[in-house]
Ligand binder design. Sequence first.
Ligand code: PLP
Length: 434
Amino acid sequence: MKNYPSIIVTPPGPRALAVIEKDRAYASPSYIKEYPLVVERGEGATVVDVDGNRFLDFMTGIAVASTGHAHPKVVAAIKNAAEKFLHICATDFYYPGFADLCERLAKIGPGSDVKRVFLTNSGAEAVEGAIKLARSHTRRANLIAFEGAFHGRTMGAISLNSSKAKYRRHFGPLLSGVHHLPYANPYRPCDWKGAAEELFLQRVAPDEIAAVFIEPVLGEGGYVIPPREFLEYWRAFCDEHGALLIFDEVQSGIGRTGELFASNAFGVVPDVTLVAKGLASGMPIGAIIAKESVMSWEQGSHGSTFAGNPVCCAAALATLDLVEGELAKNATRVGEVLMGGLLELKKKHEIIGDVRGLGLMIGIEFVRDRATKAPYAELVPQLELEAFRRGLLLLGCGRSTIRLAPPLIIDEEDVAIALRILDESLEAITLAVA
Ligand code: PLP
């Protein structure tokens, strides 16, 4: 029997409140702060707060702590690298860990073409670099992105975003030449093909498109699994018109879906794949993995002082050993158990409109009424809070969806705990409303 979750003081306890007070006084007001979790340390699938409460983590700091918190092999790799040197700048010089990680990602990246890798500090920086790469490679300016998409917080990335207006509000003018089209959502069908045809007939010619940016599983926009046909359509479009197909796998990549890359699950090979989040179990690193024929920009045209930091490279290599070794398979196996349990919960709770997922990237969408599918947006913060008080960490996405993105190390007992808390929390909310 697991000894968690363990709530000994109703969170936020006194120590947590003191930290929150200081943070609120000095940190930028732009941070979201979903609920009052104040972390002291993490261990495996659990997080301990500053008052001694131990939570089961089903959000992993937005799908990042892929190997669990402080995995001993990842921590050992970090310590070993940190004792050697912290920085020398890979844009200008060489070191083994950097070359090793580029080689590793180039070899495991989707598709059989020879590939090259540019390392970054974050997901948004990978997106930003990919915009530059696409424009410089194709000598075209226009970009296609999708409704519900989230690609980060930098100017290029927010120009591609379409998940929440506040990510773009007051920040314009944004990049010109970005065209948004509907994402294919099996739960909320629409004429996504017709909208694309209309765009190319009326507003921009297909041979002026530099790249199509797609999350092969929509992340922040609601954990939506598109039909394979959607990704195949855009692969065929790019082949026909000489545009680049860029898969943003910042959230879905590195084992989360049970495959190293979500694109493998669909059998659609992009020209460029972007990863970050789970790549180094929490250390800040991302990557642009591109076909060699595409990564054609000239020497000095793109670089970064910190990107591919030696400590982050070591953490990424250790993470890949674990994910490729067994964790991706575990994500498939345990993901199926979790999915089965959620489908049972759906039978019981009318407000669950849809449950969907791949591996351990699972979304539960809440609706006011199953017939109209009207989103139940207020439920998400309530459920986050109810589950938090009971010792389960969750995170919302989309308009009315909870994303389940636990560490890839979880087992059936963790699943049973999470399902029990979800059930109890939903029951408490439904009773309070009735
Ligand atoms: N792309 C996707 C699909 C993401 O989910 C995110 C972050 O949530 C990003 C890009 C941006 O990553 P970062 O926050 O590391 O800049």
